[in-house]
Design a protein. Sequence first.
Length: 261
Amino acid sequence: MTRQFETILYSEDGPIGTITLNRPNNGNMFNETMCHEIRDCINEIRRETRTRVIVITGAGDKFFCIGGEKTGMEDTNLYPGVLPVLDMYEAIDRLQKPVIASVNGFAVGGGHVLQVMCDITIAKESAIFRQVGPMMGSFDAGFGTWYLEDLVGKKKAKEIWFRNPKITAAEAERIGLINKVVPDDQLAAATREMALEIADRGAFALAAIKSAFLARHGGVAGLSRVTHDMLLRLNLNTEESKELSKSFAGKRSPDSSTFGH
């Protein structure tokens, strides 16, 4: 990828692509530009086969991401008046490649939802997780609730949203909010080790598995990621599909002996 970004960094290391939120002086907070850049970066990643696993992390050693910067948008109750975080979350969700959140510090508010949206989360011991929306006059009543419930259960998810507690990395691992905790100085190495392990798995199998998870909450859009993105190309390569195409073009009856092959 040759494109240069303003608020993120992107790099590749063999089969691993890494997106780094790069606003460390602002807690790596989302702004409108960052949301669009993460979306656009992932959309480019979707169209290549060089990488097989994607890592999302934050610049510096204090912040993964502490949420969204709600400035610079239009003064309207319509879409231009909100941060386009859903574009970013949806891009992660529909990407066929596994996405690992490598949490290098505070994951707060929208930054916490971001790690929830990733397929796997590995965090350093000193990382802190917190959902702060209601205490700041905000909320994420969608991905940030349903997907959190999947991870920790309904009662615990409601407590996290209603009470807004600070959660240590050790506690986050204990309740199933994240997958793994490592010493602070081992985060980068442990993330790379995990990413390389996953990258050795079958890319099509991983894509099918991730698409199946997406179909649960994605409705017709999620199902289409299985039936269209996963199955259509396979169908087009079958003898059945080729014969039907040829017979239609030749205005003749198809040879049914090719069906199922």
